[in-house]
Design a protein around this ligand. Structure first.
Ligand code: ADP
Ligand code: MG
Length: 292
Protein backbone atom coordinates (compact mmCIF):
# COMPACT_ATOMS: atom_id res chain seq x y z
CA UNK A 1 0.00 0.00 0.00
CA UNK A 2 1.08 3.57 -0.59
CA UNK A 3 2.26 5.20 2.62
CA UNK A 4 -0.01 8.04 3.70
CA UNK A 5 2.78 10.60 3.40
CA UNK A 6 3.15 9.85 -0.31
CA UNK A 7 -0.58 10.32 -0.85
CA UNK A 8 -0.45 13.58 1.04
CA UNK A 9 2.61 14.62 -1.00
CA UNK A 10 0.78 13.94 -4.27
CA UNK A 11 -2.14 16.03 -3.02
CA UNK A 12 0.20 18.85 -1.99
CA UNK A 13 1.83 18.66 -5.44
CA UNK A 14 -1.55 19.04 -7.11
CA UNK A 15 -2.15 22.23 -5.12
CA UNK A 16 1.19 23.57 -6.34
CA UNK A 17 0.42 22.78 -9.98
CA UNK A 18 2.71 19.73 -9.99
CA UNK A 19 0.83 16.70 -11.25
CA UNK A 20 2.57 13.61 -9.83
CA UNK A 21 1.36 10.54 -11.71
CA UNK A 22 2.56 7.92 -9.25
CA UNK A 23 4.06 7.54 -5.79
CA UNK A 24 7.23 6.08 -7.24
CA UNK A 25 7.99 9.36 -9.05
CA UNK A 26 7.90 11.14 -5.70
CA UNK A 27 10.11 8.51 -4.08
CA UNK A 28 12.69 8.56 -6.88
CA UNK A 29 12.72 12.38 -7.03
CA UNK A 30 14.29 12.39 -3.59
CA UNK A 31 17.25 10.37 -4.90
CA UNK A 32 17.92 12.54 -7.98
CA UNK A 33 21.49 13.58 -8.68
CA UNK A 34 21.12 15.13 -12.13
CA UNK A 35 18.55 17.17 -14.04
CA UNK A 36 18.69 17.29 -17.84
CA UNK A 37 16.75 20.04 -19.62
CA UNK A 38 15.63 20.25 -23.22
CA UNK A 39 16.29 23.78 -24.48
CA UNK A 40 13.53 24.97 -26.80
CA UNK A 41 10.13 25.27 -25.13
CA UNK A 42 11.53 24.08 -21.81
CA UNK A 43 14.27 26.52 -20.76
CA UNK A 44 13.15 29.00 -23.42
CA UNK A 45 9.62 30.12 -24.23
CA UNK A 46 9.60 28.18 -27.49
CA UNK A 47 8.13 31.14 -29.37
CA UNK A 48 11.14 32.39 -31.30
CA UNK A 49 11.16 35.42 -33.59
CA UNK A 50 13.20 36.36 -36.63
CA UNK A 51 15.67 39.00 -35.45
CA UNK A 52 17.90 39.41 -38.53
CA UNK A 53 17.50 38.82 -42.25
CA UNK A 54 20.62 38.46 -44.37
CA UNK A 55 19.69 38.36 -48.08
CA UNK A 56 22.57 37.03 -50.19
CA UNK A 57 21.52 35.90 -53.68
CA UNK A 58 17.96 37.29 -53.77
CA UNK A 59 16.21 40.40 -52.39
CA UNK A 60 14.83 40.26 -48.85
CA UNK A 61 11.16 39.95 -49.89
CA UNK A 62 11.94 37.09 -52.27
CA UNK A 63 13.92 35.32 -49.54
CA UNK A 64 10.96 35.67 -47.16
CA UNK A 65 8.52 34.44 -49.80
CA UNK A 66 10.57 31.34 -50.68
CA UNK A 67 11.22 30.48 -47.05
CA UNK A 68 7.60 30.96 -45.97
CA UNK A 69 6.39 28.84 -48.90
CA UNK A 70 8.37 25.91 -47.49
CA UNK A 71 8.01 26.60 -43.77
CA UNK A 72 4.24 26.96 -43.71
CA UNK A 73 4.20 23.15 -44.11
CA UNK A 74 6.32 22.64 -40.98
CA UNK A 75 5.23 22.41 -37.32
CA UNK A 76 8.63 23.57 -36.07
CA UNK A 77 8.80 26.73 -33.91
CA UNK A 78 11.52 28.11 -36.24
CA UNK A 79 9.14 27.61 -39.17
CA UNK A 80 6.39 29.52 -37.35
CA UNK A 81 8.81 32.41 -36.81
CA UNK A 82 9.62 32.61 -40.53
CA UNK A 83 5.95 32.43 -41.54
CA UNK A 84 4.98 35.16 -39.04
CA UNK A 85 7.72 37.42 -40.36
CA UNK A 86 6.59 36.91 -43.97
CA UNK A 87 3.03 37.77 -42.92
CA UNK A 88 4.05 40.93 -41.12
CA UNK A 89 6.17 41.96 -44.12
CA UNK A 90 3.11 41.42 -46.31
CA UNK A 91 4.85 39.28 -48.95
CA UNK A 92 2.79 36.98 -51.18
CA UNK A 93 3.69 33.38 -50.37
CA UNK A 94 3.86 31.08 -53.42
CA UNK A 95 2.62 27.47 -53.41
CA UNK A 96 4.98 24.60 -52.68
CA UNK A 97 5.07 20.90 -53.41
CA UNK A 98 6.94 17.80 -52.26
CA UNK A 99 7.54 19.10 -48.74
CA UNK A 100 9.99 16.95 -46.77
CA UNK A 101 11.21 17.12 -43.15
CA UNK A 102 14.72 16.05 -42.18
CA UNK A 103 14.26 15.63 -38.41
CA UNK A 104 16.46 17.91 -36.33
CA UNK A 105 18.18 19.40 -39.38
CA UNK A 106 15.84 21.11 -41.78
CA UNK A 107 13.13 20.96 -44.42
CA UNK A 108 12.77 21.15 -48.19
CA UNK A 109 10.15 21.66 -50.88
CA UNK A 110 9.82 22.66 -54.51
CA UNK A 111 8.69 26.25 -55.04
CA UNK A 112 7.96 27.49 -58.57
CA UNK A 113 9.97 24.63 -60.02
CA UNK A 114 12.96 25.37 -57.82
CA UNK A 115 14.21 23.16 -54.98
CA UNK A 116 14.38 25.16 -51.74
CA UNK A 117 16.28 23.85 -48.72
CA UNK A 118 16.04 25.41 -45.26
CA UNK A 119 17.95 24.35 -42.20
CA UNK A 120 21.24 24.41 -40.39
CA UNK A 121 24.63 24.65 -42.04
CA UNK A 122 25.55 20.93 -41.91
CA UNK A 123 22.18 20.09 -43.51
CA UNK A 124 22.73 22.46 -46.44
CA UNK A 125 26.34 21.39 -46.89
CA UNK A 126 25.28 17.73 -47.00
CA UNK A 127 23.09 18.71 -49.92
CA UNK A 128 25.99 20.27 -51.78
CA UNK A 129 25.28 23.92 -50.94
CA UNK A 130 28.49 25.91 -50.49
CA UNK A 131 28.66 28.37 -47.58
CA UNK A 132 31.19 31.12 -48.46
CA UNK A 133 33.59 32.30 -45.71
CA UNK A 134 31.87 35.70 -45.49
CA UNK A 135 28.49 34.05 -44.83
CA UNK A 136 30.09 31.68 -42.37
CA UNK A 137 31.55 34.59 -40.37
CA UNK A 138 28.10 36.16 -40.24
CA UNK A 139 26.56 32.88 -39.04
CA UNK A 140 29.17 32.49 -36.31
CA UNK A 141 28.57 36.04 -35.05
CA UNK A 142 24.80 35.49 -34.89
CA UNK A 143 25.23 32.19 -33.06
CA UNK A 144 27.52 33.79 -30.49
CA UNK A 145 24.59 36.11 -29.71
CA UNK A 146 22.51 33.03 -28.85
CA UNK A 147 20.59 33.17 -32.14
CA UNK A 148 19.86 30.19 -34.38
CA UNK A 149 21.02 30.70 -37.97
CA UNK A 150 18.57 29.26 -40.48
CA UNK A 151 20.06 29.00 -43.96
CA UNK A 152 17.99 29.12 -47.13
CA UNK A 153 19.19 27.63 -50.43
CA UNK A 154 17.32 28.01 -53.70
CA UNK A 155 18.42 26.34 -56.90
CA UNK A 156 21.71 25.10 -55.56
CA UNK A 157 23.19 28.23 -54.00
CA UNK A 158 22.87 29.93 -50.64
CA UNK A 159 20.06 32.50 -51.02
CA UNK A 160 20.17 34.03 -47.57
CA UNK A 161 20.13 33.59 -43.82
CA UNK A 162 17.62 34.24 -41.07
CA UNK A 163 18.64 34.67 -37.45
CA UNK A 164 15.99 33.48 -35.06
CA UNK A 165 16.03 34.00 -31.31
CA UNK A 166 14.00 32.64 -28.46
CA UNK A 167 13.82 34.28 -25.03
CA UNK A 168 14.33 32.52 -21.72
CA UNK A 169 11.30 31.89 -19.55
CA UNK A 170 11.38 34.47 -16.74
CA UNK A 171 12.09 31.92 -14.00
CA UNK A 172 14.61 29.72 -15.85
CA UNK A 173 17.75 31.22 -14.32
CA UNK A 174 16.40 31.12 -10.78
CA UNK A 175 15.16 27.55 -11.06
CA UNK A 176 18.51 26.31 -12.41
CA UNK A 177 20.38 28.13 -9.63
CA UNK A 178 18.06 26.54 -7.03
CA UNK A 179 18.60 23.03 -8.39
CA UNK A 180 22.36 23.52 -8.28
CA UNK A 181 22.12 24.83 -4.73
CA UNK A 182 20.23 21.65 -3.86
CA UNK A 183 23.27 19.66 -5.03
CA UNK A 184 21.97 18.54 -8.41
CA UNK A 185 24.01 18.67 -11.60
CA UNK A 186 22.28 20.49 -14.46
CA UNK A 187 22.66 19.68 -18.16
CA UNK A 188 21.15 21.24 -21.28
CA UNK A 189 20.46 19.09 -24.31
CA UNK A 190 19.39 20.43 -27.70
CA UNK A 191 19.26 19.80 -31.41
CA UNK A 192 20.44 23.35 -31.92
CA UNK A 193 24.06 24.03 -32.85
CA UNK A 194 26.87 24.26 -30.32
CA UNK A 195 27.60 27.99 -30.49
CA UNK A 196 23.98 29.04 -30.04
CA UNK A 197 23.48 26.46 -27.31
CA UNK A 198 26.60 27.60 -25.44
CA UNK A 199 25.60 31.26 -25.62
CA UNK A 200 22.18 30.48 -24.14
CA UNK A 201 23.59 28.11 -21.52
CA UNK A 202 26.03 30.82 -20.43
CA UNK A 203 23.16 33.25 -19.97
CA UNK A 204 21.30 30.72 -17.80
CA UNK A 205 24.32 29.49 -15.84
CA UNK A 206 24.52 25.95 -17.21
CA UNK A 207 28.02 24.61 -17.86
CA UNK A 208 27.19 21.15 -19.19
CA UNK A 209 25.80 21.40 -22.73
CA UNK A 210 25.07 18.69 -25.28
CA UNK A 211 24.30 20.35 -28.62
CA UNK A 212 23.55 19.04 -32.10
CA UNK A 213 21.74 16.08 -30.57
CA UNK A 214 19.40 14.37 -33.04
CA UNK A 215 15.87 13.64 -31.76
CA UNK A 216 16.45 9.91 -31.34
CA UNK A 217 19.70 10.52 -29.43
CA UNK A 218 18.26 12.40 -26.46
CA UNK A 219 17.30 9.19 -24.64
CA UNK A 220 20.81 7.80 -25.24
CA UNK A 221 22.31 10.86 -23.54
CA UNK A 222 20.09 10.24 -20.50
CA UNK A 223 21.11 6.59 -20.53
CA UNK A 224 24.81 7.54 -20.60
CA UNK A 225 24.36 9.58 -17.42
CA UNK A 226 22.54 6.69 -15.76
CA UNK A 227 25.37 4.34 -16.73
CA UNK A 228 27.68 6.67 -14.81
CA UNK A 229 25.54 6.15 -11.72
CA UNK A 230 23.45 9.32 -11.92
CA UNK A 231 19.78 9.30 -10.98
CA UNK A 232 18.34 11.46 -13.74
CA UNK A 233 15.31 13.69 -14.20
CA UNK A 234 14.66 14.80 -17.78
CA UNK A 235 12.54 17.90 -18.34
CA UNK A 236 11.05 18.42 -21.80
CA UNK A 237 8.08 19.48 -23.88
CA UNK A 238 8.43 18.08 -27.39
CA UNK A 239 7.54 14.99 -29.39
CA UNK A 240 11.31 14.52 -29.66
CA UNK A 241 11.54 14.40 -25.89
CA UNK A 242 9.16 11.48 -25.28
CA UNK A 243 11.84 8.72 -25.39
CA UNK A 244 14.12 10.70 -23.03
CA UNK A 245 11.22 11.36 -20.65
CA UNK A 246 10.53 7.62 -20.59
CA UNK A 247 14.22 6.69 -20.19
CA UNK A 248 14.82 9.10 -17.28
CA UNK A 249 14.35 7.93 -13.68
CA UNK A 250 11.84 10.76 -13.43
CA UNK A 251 10.32 12.27 -16.58
CA UNK A 252 9.09 15.82 -16.04
CA UNK A 253 6.86 17.16 -18.82
CA UNK A 254 5.93 20.77 -19.46
CA UNK A 255 2.15 21.13 -19.19
CA UNK A 256 1.77 23.10 -22.41
CA UNK A 257 3.99 20.62 -24.23
CA UNK A 258 2.92 18.14 -26.87
CA UNK A 259 0.49 15.37 -25.87
CA UNK A 260 3.15 12.72 -26.44
CA UNK A 261 5.51 14.42 -24.01
CA UNK A 262 2.79 14.82 -21.37
CA UNK A 263 1.83 11.16 -21.67
CA UNK A 264 5.48 10.15 -21.23
CA UNK A 265 6.01 12.23 -18.09
CA UNK A 266 5.86 10.88 -14.52
CA UNK A 267 5.38 14.46 -13.36
CA UNK A 268 3.64 17.25 -15.29
CA UNK A 269 4.30 20.93 -14.59
CA UNK A 270 0.83 22.36 -15.13
CA UNK A 271 1.95 26.00 -14.99
CA UNK A 272 4.91 25.49 -17.39
CA UNK A 273 7.08 27.09 -14.74
CA UNK A 274 10.47 25.50 -13.98
CA UNK A 275 10.20 26.78 -10.41
CA UNK A 276 7.66 23.98 -10.03
CA UNK A 277 10.34 21.40 -10.91
CA UNK A 278 12.27 22.73 -7.92
CA UNK A 279 9.09 22.50 -5.83
CA UNK A 280 8.64 18.86 -6.90
CA UNK A 281 12.14 17.93 -5.72
CA UNK A 282 11.68 19.83 -2.45
CA UNK A 283 8.35 18.12 -1.91
CA UNK A 284 9.85 14.67 -2.47
CA UNK A 285 12.61 15.40 0.02
CA UNK A 286 10.11 16.53 2.63
CA UNK A 287 7.78 13.59 2.10
CA UNK A 288 10.51 10.97 2.12
CA UNK A 289 12.15 12.35 5.27
CA UNK A 290 8.78 11.93 6.97
CA UNK A 291 8.57 8.29 5.92
CA UNK A 292 12.08 7.28 6.94
P1 ADP B 1 15.52 21.59 -30.49
O1 ADP B 1 16.09 20.37 -29.80
O2 ADP B 1 16.23 22.83 -30.07
O3 ADP B 1 14.02 21.67 -30.30
P2 ADP B 1 15.35 20.40 -33.19
O4 ADP B 1 15.96 19.06 -32.93
O5 ADP B 1 13.88 20.43 -33.39
O6 ADP B 1 15.82 21.46 -32.07
O7 ADP B 1 16.03 21.04 -34.49
C1 ADP B 1 17.43 21.15 -34.55
C2 ADP B 1 17.87 22.09 -35.65
O8 ADP B 1 17.38 21.65 -36.95
C3 ADP B 1 17.31 23.49 -35.51
O9 ADP B 1 18.07 24.26 -34.63
C4 ADP B 1 17.42 23.98 -36.96
O10 ADP B 1 18.72 24.40 -37.25
C5 ADP B 1 17.10 22.76 -37.79
N1 ADP B 1 15.67 22.69 -38.19
C6 ADP B 1 14.78 21.73 -37.84
N2 ADP B 1 13.57 21.97 -38.38
C7 ADP B 1 13.67 23.13 -39.08
C8 ADP B 1 12.75 23.94 -39.86
N3 ADP B 1 11.48 23.60 -40.04
N4 ADP B 1 13.23 25.06 -40.43
C9 ADP B 1 14.51 25.43 -40.25
N5 ADP B 1 15.41 24.73 -39.54
C10 ADP B 1 15.02 23.59 -38.96
MG1 MG C 1 11.59 21.49 -26.79
Amino acid sequence: ATPTAVTVGIGRGAELGVLIRNGEALEVSEKLTAVVFDKTGTLTRGKPDVTDIVPLAVPEDRLLALAAAVEHNSQHPLAAAVVRRAESAGVAVPASERFTTFGGRGVSAVVEGEEVLIGNQPFLEEHGVAVPPEAERRITALQDEGKTAVLVAAGSGLAGIFAIADTLKPTTKGAVADLKRMGLSVTMITGDNERTANAIAREIGIEDVHAGVLPQEKALEVRALQDRGEVVAFVGDGINDAPALAQADVGIAIGSGTDVAIESGDIVLIRDDLVDAVAAVELSRKVMSRIK
